[in-house]
Design a protein around this ligand. Structure first.
Ligand code: ADP
Length: 428
């Protein structure tokens, strides 16, 4: 033992317990070192080589048995007494502690009058033994080893799961960088083109014609609008992911939100010869919802219907009041008996395979290979950032509703289409 007062390391995650033991043992003349979890316990023990270690068993990372076994495997600590100090009341807790390598066991709650005396006994060489014969010891040893292997297996499984999630996040990140640069480059190129045209015209011999000026400014404004929309989408995704998307509820009329989304895409319907049919929406109850956000969600669904329906196709929007309990779809976990408005966006587009029907709501998900990506809000099979459905679902869910898709499958020839269902509660 080192000269001077003995150094005791107490490995314990509960600050109140640490405070109590600190008061008792420093009051009795010992130096107390502390660690709040198993790994830091090992680190402090290796650095400080204490004269005795008090070991809690229920620790947040490695448990006290595992820490003890590890410490006893270190030559410089092999002879340091380790005393299990725990409220663990399972049968044979004492025997387990001794099998793991502990030299003694002090049950909690601590007897504050007795603790300094118990510590001094162990410092003086007291060592507890397992009662019973060799067979009993062997059985305990086997049980302990098996428990260690089970815990190891659980840790490996947990690590593997985290690893898969990390890899997935990493892939998403790379995909996002690749898509985002594509998406941002297009409007930037447009803005750059018009600006260059204006600058060249300014430096030329003739004054810039009003028509050129108008056309360039409109082009620049459109480019800036597109950039703004992309950045807004990115910010919305962050808000949805961090659950900070604000929904400003007020009276919201479904018909108005649907028609606002339809009007935004009117020129695309004409350019692409798409027929749009909006069912009667007059009789629907007014919702307590964020009308702007609803329009945003509907616009994403409608823009997708346009993008994934070939020229000459048809888009239908209709709605009805339905009871939550009657909706029987695995992707709609609503079990409330309350009334909902169900709005359906139906198209005669290329459809979606059963496997993709849930994955398309993932962030940055594009069914197609990223290398084939080309940016367009309205062209047939034009690409986007892969955020539209994630945002639409985030908005609908922030209202207490759900969004899912039904499709007979992907078929570019037959075009059996897709139906996106939006379910919104009537009462907020
Ligand atoms: P994007 O910006 O790529 O449109 P979305 O999240 O809106 O991102 O959609 C993700 C993917 O879901 C699309 O790339 C497309 O493959 C598929 N998808 C979405 N809506 C439809 C639809 N109406 N018909 C067929 N496929 C669709």
């Amino acid at each position: 033992m080192s000269p001077g007062p003995a150094k005791i390391l107490y490995v314990e995650d509960d600050p109140a317990n640490r405070r109590l033991v600190r008061q008792v043992l420093t009051g009795a003349g010992y130096v107390l070192l502390e660690a709040a979890d198993g790994l830091s316990g090992i680190q402090v023990a290796e650095q400080e080589c204490p004269d005795l270690i008090l070991m809690d068993i229920m620790l947040p990372d490695l448990d006290g048995y595992q820490v003890t076994t590890r410490l006893k495997s270190l030559p410089e600590l092999a002879h340091t007494p380790i005393i299990a100090l725990t409220a663990k009341v399972v049968d044979s807790a004492r025997e387990r502690a001794l099998i793991a390598g502990c030299d003694g066991y002090i049950p909690k709650p601590i007897d504050v009058d007795l603790l300094p005396y118990q510590v001094s006994e162990f410092l003086a060489g007291k060592c507890e033994e397992i009662e019973g014969g060799a067979e009993e010891r062997l059985a305990l040893q086997r049980e302990y080893t098996q428990a260690l292997v089970v815990q190891l297996e659980e840790k490996v499984r947990a690590l593997r799961k985290v690893n898969v999630e990390l890899r997935h996040t990493d892939e998403l990140k790379s995909k996002f960088i690749s898509l985002a640069s594509h998406e941002l480059k297009t409007p930037l190129a447009v803005i750059h083109g018009y600006l260059t045209m204006l600058l060249d015209a300014r430096d030329g011999p003739d004054p810039v014609a009003d028509e050129t000026l108008d056309c360039s400014l409109m082009g620049i404004a459109r480019g800036v609008e597109r950039l703004k929309a992309i950045v807004e989408d990115m910010l919305d995704v962050i808000r949805i992911e961090s659950r900070t998307l604000r929904v400003h509820r007020g009276p919201a009329v479904v018909k108005e939100a649907v028609w606002a989304a339809v009007r935004k895409l009117e020129s695309a319907f004409q350019e692409r010869s798409l027929t749009i049919e909006v069912g009667p929406l007059d009789g629907l109850p007014t919702l307590q919802a964020d009308a702007k956000r609803l329009k945003q969600a509907f616009s994403h669904l409608l823009s997708n219907a346009v993008k994934f329906t070939p020229d000459g196709g048809k888009i239908n929007i209709f709605a009805q009041v339905t009871q939550g309990a009657q909706v029987n779809h695995p992707c709609c976990p609503i079990s409330s008996a309350g009334d909902f408005v169900e709005i359906v966006f139906e198209d005669t587009g290329i459809g979606i395979t059963p496997e993709e029907q849930e994955r398309i709501f993932d962030l940055f998900y594009e069914v197609r290979d990223v290398r084939l990506h080309f940016t367009s809000k309205t062209d047939f099979r034009g690409g986007g950032l892969g955020l539209g459905l994630a945002i639409a679902r985030g908005i609908v869910e922030a209202h207490g509703g759900c969004l899912w898709v039904e499709s007979e499958g992907y078929d570019v020839e037959r075009c059996s289409g897709s139906r996106f269902h939006v379910l919104l509660p009537i009462e907020s």
